[in-house]
Design a protein around this ligand. Structure first.
Ligand code: NAP
Length: 251
């Protein structure tokens, strides 16, 4: 029997989230495009609809429990029972430890960790009722440690523990959980990092590519292709894994 095909992608207004949302729509999912501001989801929704797909823009801060509950209820009512969840929303507040503020720490923990927890807790109700589900969490190669990212590295490592625990708890309900840990991907996030470091984005990308075994930087579609597989029915025996998508080995 085929499963309900409604997917939720957070932080899907742009970057990796937008690419994942468009790819899942091409795979036949109705896609809820969640981002902080509903209006910012318009481009992703329009791109999906232009290809004949179905999408719904939903504004929600993933770190706010009430907004998450309301968003997931809206998706279930207006788009269909969500069985696929991609926790992608993310922010950076980079700084060396001695300069990192309480807010830098709390904001990053709240969006990545609390956000993924709240979204997953709300969606698993639907997945366990359906006895089917796919969860993909966006980790990062920074989980292995990265200068200036004590907050982000901790959150991305935490997401790996979260993913493995979800796999253990939810497996018997037909739900798999995996993490994708991207390396350098060309998005506004990496463009902002270049700007903060006072380097042109072109030079920053060239420098990154020179250190990557496959000789290029990554693109959002590289992550979307991996998410597509992990969200497919045929990936049902892959669970609790962290897949490094970084153009070379990382751990
Ligand atoms: P991006 O271009 O900055 O996009 C992130 C999206 O998340 C933005 O649309 C942002 O909305 C949204 N967002 C932020 N806080 C949110 C919240 N509280 N609730 C809902 N949405 C929120 O980033 P990206 O490069 O595509 O990265 C996507 C994910 O991959 C992140 O988890 C990131 O940590 C991870 N990642 C990226 C790379 C990379 O090289 N790019 C590498 C490893 C991992 P606003 O625009 O309104 O802020």
């Amino acid at each position: 029997m085929s499963q309900p095909r409604t997917a939720i992608v957070t932080g899907a207004a742009r970057g990796i989230g937008a690419a994942v949302a468009k790819r899942l729509a091409r795979d036949g999912f109705a896609v809820a495009v969640i981002d902080l501001n509903e209006a910012s989801c318009a481009d992703t929704v329009a791109a999906i609809e232009a290809e004949g797909g179905k999408a719904l823009a939903v504004g929600a801060d993933v770190s706010d429990s009430a907004q998450v509950e309301a968003a997931v209820t809206k998706v279930a009512e207006e788009l269909g029972t969500p069985t696929v969840l991609v926790n992608n929303a993310g922010i950076l507040r980079d700084n060396l430890l001695f300069k990192m503020t309480d807010d830098d720490w709390d904001l990053v923990m709240n969006v990545h960790l609390r956000g993924s927890f709240l979204m997953t807790r709300a969606v698993q109700k639907h997945q366990t009722e359906q006895k089917y589900g796919r969860i993909v969490n966006l980790s990062s190669t920074s989980a292995l440690g990265n200068r200036g990212q004590a907050n982000y590295a901790t959150a991305k490592a935490g997401l790996q523990g979260f993913t493995k625990t979800l796999a253990i708890e939810l497996g018997k309900f037909g739900v798999t959980a995996n993490a994708i840990a991207p390396g350098f991907i060309e998005t506004e996030m990496t463009a902002a990092t270049a700007e903060r470091m006072g380097v042109s984005f072109e030079d920053f990308k060239k420098g990154a590519a020179s250190m990557i075994p496959v000789g290029r930087i990554g693109h959002p579609d590289d992550i979307a292709a991996t998410a597509s597989f992990l969200c497919s029915e045929e990936a049902g025996f892959v669970s609790g894994q962290v897949i490094y998508v970084a153009g070379g080995p990382k751990d």
